[in-house]
Each structure stands twice: as C-alpha cells, then as structure tokens.
Design a protein around this ligand. Structure first.
Ligand code: FO1
Length: 331
C-alpha cells in the first residue's frame, strides 16, 4: 500500500512512528513542511524535516521532540561569547553538523529535495521524505510587539506592528502575543518538489497527521498544485485532529488557528480543511459530540483515542485512520 503523509514537526513525526508500526509493509512518502525553515549563522535550518528525520532515524531528543539526543551546546556558547545571536534558538553541536552538510550541498547547487535524500541516507527513516518545495518558503507572523519587547531587532517594541519569522514568534515569544496574520512568504511562487505530485497521484491513501493545521499542513497546501492534486487524487484523504478537548495536544496551534479565524475545536479544524479535501476525520473520544457536526460537513468522522502516549497507542490511531480510509473507499 502506498501512503502519502503531509507532516509538520513533532506531532507529524510521532504519528509517523506509529504508522510505520501499524503498516510495516507500506510504502510511505512524507511531504515535509519547510515553512519553518530559518537561516541562522549562514546555515539553513529545516526544523520540520529534521524532526521527521531524527524521530524516525532514532536520533531525536525524545522529551523535546526536536533536536538531537545527547546534545551539547559548545558552538552556541562560543557564538554567544562573540555576541553573535540569536541566543533564543537552541542549536546543538550535533545538530549544527546537519545544517553544515545541508548548506554545503545547497551551495554546491543541489536542490533541497536531493539534500534531504542525502541526509536521510545516513538516518534511514524508513520513509521517503520530500520537502514540499525546493523553493524558499518562510512563514512570517504579523504581530504588535508589546512595549516591553525589544529583543527582535534592537528597536523598542512601542506597540509597532511588524512581521517576524515564525521561529521568533514560536520560540522567542512563545506565541505570547496574538498572531494577527500568518504569511507563508514565497509560497505563491513555489513549485512542488520533484516527486511530490507523483507521490500524491500514485497514493492509495493520503493522511493528515495531528500536525499544526495552519503553519504545517496549511503551509504545504499553500504550495500551488499540492492542494489540487490531493483533492483530485481520487483516493481517501483522512486526517487526525491535533485538537483534543478544545485545546491543542501540544504546541500552540490554537494561537495560529485564531489568526485564520478558526476556533480551536476538532470539528472546526475539519471544516477548515473542508470536505473538498478531507473524506474522513478522527476526533478523540472526548470530542465524540463533534462527530455529528463533522459528518454534517460531508466528512466521515469517528471518535477514537488520539493521545500519542506511546508507539503502540499511536499505531492504534494509525490503524483507525487506515480503517476509516477503507470505509470511505468502500462507500
Ligand atoms: N523549539 C523551541 O521551543 N526552542 C528551541 O530552542 C528550538 C530550537 C530548535 C533547533 C532546531 C530545530 O530543528 C528545532 C528547534 N525547535 C526549537 C523546534 C522548532 O521551533 C519547532 O519544532 C518547529 O519549527 C515547529 O514545528
């Protein structure tokens, strides 16, 4: 069975670990979000691609869900000693090697998709990981910085409205101020990376894991051609809600959902994707009362446990998603 999964960071990566357990013989292609990418110290950092690669390759810092296990931060400390920032983004020594290899290959003219394939040669994630695009797309967030904030560019906050990089919003500000707009800069001009549309066209089932529906899956869908390819694929498209009990399971998805006018509920996220895209939607058992509303939107819905407490629980979720896909296919 050929499965295509649109994945962001931690939630997507953890779901994939369960999917591999649930469907060990499946041919899994992951379309990874690159809107979180950031250029730091002359290096290109791809947080969501690396989180998938490290998580499935066995190198992830498990409790953080990002970055490498057994990390040290000597390079970061030395950069700080030179007064070279930003200090708010925790790049470890082992992680730096990934960004150095990636940047070296990009500078040699290799596209990001080829670079990602090369990095995965080492990590053997057991899936094919393709960036959504080889073109640069960077999510920026429009915010009004509070008076007290002066870190972002040395200027005073003084209530000015400005666009900051997603990572600064997410990591430095911890999404503590409202996101007034979310803009995947460059998305309109971006093309799907080689292999993306082919994988979607060849898929037997397409899954939306519990990744952030706005800045992860939403960004992938913003690359022209990808949403249309999925909608026209003619195979079941099944998603799993990242919102459980009106709150994101992890991260701060509710903050960015508000920016696009979507309430932080399992049903609202399904409606946000729409029945033109989604055929099936899994909500957690605590949101069983949402099933009726989702089905009224033309999307088949089931309430099952959605907490990825361990690999076995996640595998059961993946099995439920695949079962719902077969139910949709047979409908
Ligand atoms: N997240 C944090 O909350 N704090 C960090 O210092 C941080 C550093 C970091 C370094 C490399 C990397 O690949 C990811 C990192 N993340 C950090 C996570 C990252 O912000 C998120 O995983 C994604 O961008 C959101 O999906």
């Amino acid at each position: 069975m050929r499965i295509v999964v649109l994945a962001g960071g931690i939630g997507g990566a953890r779901f994939l670990r369960g999917l591999k357990l649930a469907a060990p013989d499946a041919d899994i292609t992951v379309i990874g979000n690159t809107g979180d990418d950031i250029h730091l110290f002359g290096l290109k950092v791809c947080p969501d691609l690396d989180t998938v690669m490290y998580t499935l390759g066995g190198g992830i810092n498990e409790e953080q869900g990002w970055g490498r296990a057994e990390e040290t931060f000597h390079v970061k400390e030395e950069l700080a000693a030179y007064g070279v920032g930003p200090e708010w983004f925790g790049l470890g020594d082992r992680d730096f090697a990934t960004h150095i290899v990636r940047t070296q290959m990009l500078n040699a003219g290799f596209p990001l998709s080829a670079v990602t394939e090369a990095l995965c040669d080492r990590w053997q994630p057991g899936v094919r990981l393709i960036p959504m695009s080889d073109d640069r797309v960077e999510t920026h967030v429009a915010v009004t910085l509070p008076d007290s904030d002066s870190d972002s560019d040395g200027g005073s906050g003084s209530g000015e409205r400005k666009a900051i990089h997603f990572q600064e919003y997410w990591v430095r500000l911890r999404a503590s101020v409202p996101a007034e707009a979310i803009v995947p800069v460059g998305a309109e001009q971006a093309k799907p990376a080689p292999g993306v549309l082919e994988a979607v066209a060849a898929a037997d089932v397409i899954l939306f894991p519990p990744s952030n529906p706005v800045v992860s899956i939403g960004t992938i869908l913003a690359v022209p051609g990808i949403r249309e390819a999925i909608a026209d694929a003619g195979v079941p498209v099944v998603g799993l809600s990242p919102i459980v009990g009106d709150a994101p399971v992890r991260g701060m998805a509710d903050k960015v959902l508000a920016a696009v006018g979507v309430e932080a509920t399992a049903a609202a996220v399904a409606e946000h994707y729409g029945s033109g895209l989604l055929d099936g939607w899994l909500v957690d058992t605590v949101d069983a009362d949402a099933v009726e509303r989702v089905e009224a939107a033309g999307i088949r819905c089931r309430a099952v446990p959605l907490m990825m407490t361990d690999a076995e629980a996640t595998a059961r979720m993946a099995q439920e998603a695949l079962a719902l896909a077969e139910e949709v296919r047979g409908a």
